[in-house]
Design a protein. Sequence first.
Length: 457
Amino acid sequence: MLNLFEKQSLRARLIIFLSLITLVVAMITTLMSWKTLRKEINTLFDTQQIFFAERLASSKIAEGFHQIQENTDFYFADVDDDALAFAIFTQRGEQIINDDRNGRFIKFTPTEGFDTVVTDEYEDDEIDRDTWRIYWLKHNDVYIAVGQELEYRDDLINKVIFSQMGSWLPAFPIIILGIFWIVRREFISLKRLEQQLQARKPDETELIDETYLPKEVLPLVKGLNRYFKRTQTMLNRERRFTSDAAHELRSPLAGLRVQTELAQMTMNDPEIHVQALNNLTLGIDRISQLIEQLLVLSRLENIEHLNDLEEISWRSLLEQNVSELYTKAERKQTDIQVDIKSEPKQQGKPLLLHLILRNSLENAINYTPNGSLIKLTLSEEKLVIEDNGNGVSEADLLKLGQPFFRPTERPNKGQEEKGSGLGLSIIKRITELHGFTLAFSQSSLGGLKIEIGFVPV
């Protein structure tokens, strides 16, 4: 039953809940009214019984029943038999006077104050047992009993309560219709939102209009709009990335085709044939590196946050990268100097930070002349990688880190190395994911300076 209710629409559940709450509140109000009315009526009739008993006591009982009757007739003119009854007893319990109605059934109890008793009334040879509330007043040598049947009080209370219920029960369906109309009216904006979302195309990223939406729905719609913005940014980035990647792959593939055709055409010229095969191998290596970097950058672009971070040992990362690139640096007679002033305490992804160091060092080795100097300086605030190459122009410094961007002027003319323009993009994305800062500038050594600022712990 509960599962069936949960499957209902929010509008239907609101209508049901509000209707039930209205009904429950009405019932609770009626119950409270019943309890209050019962208390007030009991107080009223108790007071009436006391007043009536005292009036009987003030009568001249010795003058007999007729004197009492004259003083009490006004009480019995227009009331039911159960409304009020009285009897007068001697101290021995003999009933000497009653109201000639229900008073004759009152049993003597030598007490004073109120008492609740069950009386036996004989009507047509049948016993009718009723509960009476009796007030006893001792006056001189007699006991005066004034009683009232509790059923009479209950009937009066129920009559008033049912009269009250009769006034709001016909209004209950009107209240339900009002609730239905109000809920339906307030859900119109949500219905429009639903229609907008259903009509959207899969690749549509336009923002949802927030003008007429209620405050309760605004956080959801704002969240959707933020999602659409991120989706639009991602789609634009993916389209641009795909276009740039296709452009970058087109030239190397064309070069491979040329070298393959040249190798086929120079089968009879061993020297040219071997050179063509060597160029083909270099071209394949370059395409493999390009594809590998494309895949790495693509994966990094799709990561929003880094999880499961580890304590980073920068000293180990530096030693590992210098060791891996030692042979390549030695081949170009490049000197790599490492200066660790202090080791920062940072958390991150060791594999990604390894890529930062490797790409930075490889770029420095590849794009500096033979016999150059590469210096790495580590402190608690930052990591600096700089060289004494020819550097980069001021205009190109601003564009470093953009995918597939290469400086317009090669810093070392005639060199064999050709990059894809993705290495610094990978560095930039990894620093963004770690919350680090990245800056490119001219080094005091003469070449390019890469400065990575750490997040204070």
